[in-house]
Ligand binder design. Structure first.
Ligand code: MRU
Length: 363
C-alpha cells in the first residue's frame, strides 16, 4: 500500500517483542509524552494490563500472550511437566487481569496451545517463535480490515468513532482506524469525529493523538453530542471497535457504543464494527452472556484536567460500567480480516477459521 512506510514512522508499535522482554507504549502518559515500558516478567504484564498502561482488546491480548512468553523465560527448572504447569498457572492469572475483551484469553490460549516439546529449551523456542508470529499476523489482519473497510469510505466522508480502537488498542494500525488510515493513504479526503469517551478519554487522549500523528483532520466531540451531530448531517459513517462479539453478532465495546448505534439507526447512518476474529467468542450465543467490567467510582468523579478539582461532591457514588453491548440489529456490518460480514454471518465463521478453542486446554 502506498505510503504505509510514512505511517510506520509516525505510529509506533504498541506491543513489541524483544529477545527477553515485551515493550509497550505507556498509554497512561499520552498524549503528553510518548514513552515505553519494558516488561520482563509475567507479573509485570498483569500489572500493566490492570493499571491500563496497555489497554484496548487486541493490545491486551498481545500483552497477555507476551506474559506467557515472559513466563517461559522465567521458568528456571528443566522438567517439562513442571514448566507447562507453571505456564498454565501464569495463564490463569493473566486471563483474570481484565474480564471483557475476548482477546486476552485468546492471546494466552494461542501460546499455551503450542507449549509442548521434548525439553524446556524447545518449548521456549516454540513460544518465542509463536509470539513473534502472533504479533505479525495480527498486524496483517488489521491491514486486511483496512482494505475491506476502506471500500465503505467515500471521498469527503466524515467518519465518527468511539473510544480508541486505533493502533494503540492493537499492535499497529488498529481495527476501527484501519479503514480510516487506508482511505487516507489512498488519497481520500476524510474527517474523523472522535468521541472523547469518558471517563478514561481514550478518544480525546488516544484516538485524537493518532489522528494528529497521521495528519488526518479530526474534531473531538463530547459523547453526548452524537444525536446533535447526526441530526445535523455531520456524520456519514460510524466505525467502532469491539471487545467481544458473540455468535449472533452482538458486540461489547466501550460504554456509549450502544447509544451511538441506536441514534445512528434512527438517522439511517451506517454503523460498522471492526474487529479481528480473535475478538469473537464462539462459546457465547448472545451479548447477554458477556461479562461487563465494572470499575472504580473514582474514575468518574475524580479530577478532570479542565476543572482541576473534583467534579462531584465528596460523598458521591458512581456507576461505572465500562462496556456495553450493542445488539446485532443495530450493526450494519462487522469488518474482519475475512471481509465484511453481516452480524448473522458471524456464526458461520467458526468452522472456517478452525479456532479449535474447545478441547485444546484445560486450565
Ligand atoms: O477499557 P479499554 O480502553 O481497554 O477499552 C477497550 C477499547 O478500547 C474499546 O472498547 C475499543 O473500542 C475496542 S479495542 C479494539
Amino acid at each position: 500500500m502506498p505510503k504505509l512506510n510514512s505511517l510506520q514512522k509516525k505510529l509506533p508499535l504498541t506491543v513489541k517483542k524483544e529477545r527477553d522482554a515485551v515493550v509497550l507504549v505507556n498509554q497512561l502518559l499520552l498524549p503528553g509524552a510518548l514513552k515505553f515500558i519494558r516488561l520482563t516478567t509475567y507479573h509485570e504484564a498483569i500489572k500493566a494490563i490492570k493499571k491500563m498502561n496497555v489497554r484496548g482488546a487486541q493490545a491486551i491480548g498481545a500483552t497477555g500472550a507476551g506474559g506467557i512468553f515472559l513466563a517461559s523465560l522465567e521458568y528456571r527448572g528443566s522438567d517439562v511437566r513442571k514448566m507447562i504447569s507453571f505456564l498454565r498457572q501464569a495463564g490463569r492469572q493473566i486471563m483474570k487481569a481484565r474480564p471483557t475483551a475476548r482477546n486476552l484469553a485468546w492471546g494466552v490460549e494461542q501460546m499455551l496451545k503450542i507449549a509442548q516439546g521434548a525439553n524446556v529449551k524447545i518449548i521456549r523456542q516454540k513460544i518465542d517463535r509463536a509470539y513473534q508470529d502472533l504479533l505479525q499476523s495480527e498486524v496483517k489482519n488489521n491491514l486486511l480490515i483496512g482494505k475491506y473497510g476502506a471500500s465503505l469510505i467515500k471521498d469527503g466522508d466524515h467518519i465518527e468513532t468511539h473510544c480508541n480502537a486505533g493502533s494503540l488498542s492493537a499492535i499497529w494500525f488498529g481495527t476501527a482506524t484501519a479503514p480510516m488510515y487506508t482511505a487516507h493513504l489512498e488519497g481520500k479526503k476524510i474527517k474523523v469525529l472522535v468521541d472523547e469517551t469518558r471517563p478514561w478519554f481514550q478518544g480525546s487522549r488516544l484516538t485524537a493523538w493518532e489522528m494528529s500523528r497521521a495528519n488526518i483532520p479530526y474534531h473531538i466531540n463530547i459523547d453526548s453530542a452524537n444525536a446533535f451531530l447526526m441530526s445535523h448531517k455531520m456524520v456519514d459513517l460510524i466505525i467502532v471497535g469491539a471487545d467481544r462479539i458473540t455468535k449472533n453478532g452482538d458486540t461489547a465495546n466501550k460504554i456509549g457504543t450502544c447509544a451511538l448505534a441506536m441514534v445512528a439507526k434512527n438517522y439511517n447512518i451506517p454503523f460498522y464494527v471492526a474487529a479481528v476474529s480473535a475478538t469473537i467468542d464462539f462459546s457465547l450465543n448472545s451479548g447477554k452472556e458477556i461479562r461487563i467490567e465494572d470499575r472504580d467510582d473514582e474514575e468518574v468523579i475524580a479530577d478532570v484536567s479542565y476543572w482541576h478539582k473534583s467534579v462531584a461532591p465528596k460523598d458521591a457514588k458512581a456507576y461505572n460500567p465500562v462496556f456495553d453491548v450493542t445488539p446485532a440489529k443495530f450493526i450494519s456490518g462487522i469488518i474482519t480480516e475475512y471481509g465484511i460480514l453481516k452480524p448473522s454471518e458471524i456464526k458461520g465463521l467458526e468452522k472456517k477459521i478452525r479456532r479449535e478453542e474447545k478441547g485444546n486446554l484445560v486450565l
